[in-house]
Design a protein around this ligand. Structure first.
Ligand SMILES: O=P(O)(O)O[C@@H]1C[C@H](O)[C@@H](CO)O1
Length: 331
């Protein structure tokens, strides 16, 4: 059996307290010592229990999961018919520790399409394993999502990009994977997906085409839009000049601290993926440049582009809604 065949019927009872998380009625600070953290965090039963907990408390049956990046929480604010769950109220869920990441799961409708938004994500530098950072993607799958939209704030390596541009992610470089760190480390549970998986079409070309078509219809948007390669680093420090230059040699267009492990996890459980980066800064590529990296400024860039970004996402979600109504959702 795999996730495409399984319907959620686990029980929300009998929740146990795991190290570095919180379970019903019991709390810790939600942080893990990465050394002690279990790389294969999130058994099928645990994820199923979280999904059941949520489905018992909302009538929304989402088709698409949306992860809001730094400063992009506005995406969740667009939803109607909302049921929201603070992360610290959901059994086994980690908690957000980064400014600009609100820390709640929001079920609702975007233009009529049922979706669930992570208003705040988990990052490796917060002390969570990659498996734990991306565990909510599996929850999204078990509550019924067939599609994932991941968004992030990123620094531009590509000198043609400008702050405020949007880069549709065509592909990524899994730098942390090169170093042996991957959300799928540890025993594989075939109910989620296969042991080995191809990543050549990680980002769905049809959704990239939809986004580009939508941008052409939005005044001024076409000029802001690029397509490129994203790379995730562990953070929380930004890159040295030498590292920035190395990224350019590797063919990377923008660098961030998320998304790659979420997409790997989503592809593992058969989800169709779309992602984009909001360019919040230019990476420092020369020793003569003043480094002007500031998380709060990055969050502000997101706020300034809220309207356009929300419209872009709404249009992609609408097209997902249309494709889902043509293809019946697997149980
Ligand atoms: O959650 P995302 O990837 O959007 O967050 C980026 C990377 C760091 O967490 C933070 C740096 O300002 O923004």
């Amino acid at each position: 059996m795999n996730v495409n065949e399984v319907s959620v019927n686990g029980s929300a009872n009998g929740v146990s307290c795991e190290s570095g998380t919180k379970s019903a009625g019991k709390r810790s600070n939600g942080l893990c010592n990465p050394v002690k953290d279990n790389s294969s965090y999130g058994s099928y039963e645990m994820v199923e229990e979280i999904a059941t907990y949520l489905l018992e408390r909302t009538r929304i049956r989402p088709r698409c999961g949306i992860i809001c990046g730094s400063g992009l929480g506005c995406l969740a604010d667009q939803l109607t018919d909302v049921d929201s769950f603070d992360y610290d109220a959901i059994p086994h869920f980690p908690v957000s520790t980064v400014a600009g990441h609100r820390g709640r799961l929001v079920f609702g409708r975007l233009g009529g399409v049922p979706v669930v938004c992570m208003q705040g994500r988990f990052h490796y530098y917060e002390g969570y394993s990659l498996a734990k950072c991306s565990m909510p993607v599996r929850v999204m799958r078990l509550v019924g999502c067939t599609h994932l939209i991941a968004t992030n704030a990123a620094g531009a390596i590509n000198s043609r990009f400008r702050v405020g541009d949007i880069m549709l992610i065509r592909d990524h470089v899994n730098l942390m994977g090169f170093a042996g760190n991957c959300p799928l480390l540890g025993p594989n549970d075939d109910r989620f997906g296969p042991r080995f998986l191809g990543m050549a079409k990680a980002y769905e070309p049809a959704l990239l085409a939809v986004a580009k078509g939508a941008a052409r219809q939005m005044p001024g948007m076409d000029d802001l839009l690029h397509e490129g390669v994203y790379c995730c680093v562990g953070g929380p420090n930004f890159e040295t000049v030498a590292e920035g230059r190395l990224m350019a040699l590797l063919g990377v267009d923008a660098i961030g601290m998320s998304t790659v492990h979420e997409i790997i996890t989503a592809r593992h459980c058969g989800m169709t993926c779309f992602a984009f980066s909001l360019i919040t800064n230019m990476c420092t590529m020369s020793y003569d440049e003043e480094e002007e990296h500031c998380h709060e400024t990055f969050v502000d860039v997101g706020r300034q582009l809220e309207g356009r970004i929300c419209e872009l996402v709404a249009r992609v979600v609408a097209s997902i809604g249309e494709s889902c109504s043509e293809t019946p959702l697997a149980k």
